[in-house]
Design a protein around this ligand. Structure first.
Ligand code: NDP
Ligand SMILES: O=C(O)C1=N[C@H](C(=O)O)C[C@H](O)C1
Length: 268
């Protein structure tokens, strides 16, 4: 039996990648597609953009778009995801959430909903980024003293949240490894007379431009040497394939909150 998948944000950059990936996967069926109320995509075929009709109409009505669905893969905006979350929790539909930019209340709502349905929530679905997070944990422990830590991220001109969810996750992993609290030690950009650098801080710098898919570099700057750990995405395929892997991982889960480290077996 195939896993029945719906895609939220069906006409978005990730939505298109995901629809093509689900259509190409023999063990998955595209069973629903959602977009926001008022989107010109509502009422059109979910595969029309690629010339491969899916036989699935894009809906904004959740009863119609999620009928008979096992897993909703959601790459939209926090307000869209939270709207879908309530419906999925109430109807036992599992969720893969790739959306970034949640505030603390939004993250708490996701944690609470995971008591009612199974959820995989991660700011980056690529294998490369998730292995990079493990490398950062090890590096941070070894560069705890004498190295200044800066996280630099670059994305396309359309991205609306900053720093990226991935950059924030990298900061959390590093802060945890160092026994620091990111909320207390993060510095988001600098301007004017800032004073000398506080060694306990983790700095963030954001670049937006053109069609950059997603670059992340963590710089450990010491005296006489610096170390850079970088990940660069050249296509959104890795995010889509990671999301499908996550959907399959949820197939036998009823409730619980998971991340890509669980899916990839990277947890200690
Ligand atoms: N976890 C990961 O691996 C990755 C995460 N992301 C994240 O995924 C999200 C989407 O990225 P991307 O595809 O580039 O963005 P796009 O803007 O291309 O797509 C977003 C889609 O969601 C729709 N949408 C917007 N607001 C709402 C809403 N309130 N309710 C329902 N649908 C809504 C948009 O419709 P419309 O265009 O009509 O407004 C659009 O179809 C971002 O948060 C991004 O950071 C991206 C890549 C990888
Ligand atoms: O908006 C994007 O494009 C991306 N968003 C995610 C993030 O905020 O980290 C993941 C990836 O970097 C692409």
């Amino acid at each position: 039996m195939t896993l029945r998948i719906a895609i939220a944000g069906a006409s978005g950059r990730m939505g298109h990648m995901l629809i093509e990936a689900v259509q190409a996967a023999p063990d998955l069926t595209l069973a629903g597609a959602l977009d926001r109320v008022g989107s010109p995509a509502i009422g059109t075929d979910a595969g029309a953009f690629s010339g491969q009709p899916a036989g699935v109409v894009i809906q904004s009505d959740l009863d119609k778009g999620l009928a008979g669905v096992d897993v909703l893969i959601d790459f939209t905006r926090p307000e869209g995801t939270l709207h879908h979350l309530e419906y999925c929790a109430a109807h036992g539909i599992k969720m893969v959430i790739g959306t970034t930019g949640f505030d603390e209340a939004g993250k708490a709502a996701i944690r609470a909903a995971a008591a009612r349905t199974a959820i995989m929530f991660a700011p980056n679905m690529s294998v490369g980024v998730n292995v990079t997070l493990k490398l950062l944990e090890m590096a941070a422990k070894n560069f705890a003293e004498g190295y200044d830590i800066e996280i630099i991220e670059a994305h396309h001109r359309h991205k609306v949240d900053a720093p990226s969810g991935t950059a924030l996750k990298m900061g959390e992993v590093i802060a945890d490894a160092l026994g620091r609290d990111l909320k207390e030690c993060a510095v988001y950009g600098r301007e004017g007379v800032t004073g000398a650098r506080d060694p306990s801080t983790i700095g963030f710098a954001t670049i937006r431009g053109g069609d950059i898919v997603g670059d992340h570099t963590v710089l450990f700057a010491g005296i006489g040497e610096r170390i850079e750990i970088s990940h660069k995405s050249s296509s959104r395929v890795s995010y889509a394939q990671g999301s499908l892997r996550a959907a399959r991982y949820l197939a036998d889960k009823r409730t619980g909150l998971y991340d890509m480290q669980d899916v990839l077996g990277l947890k200690d």
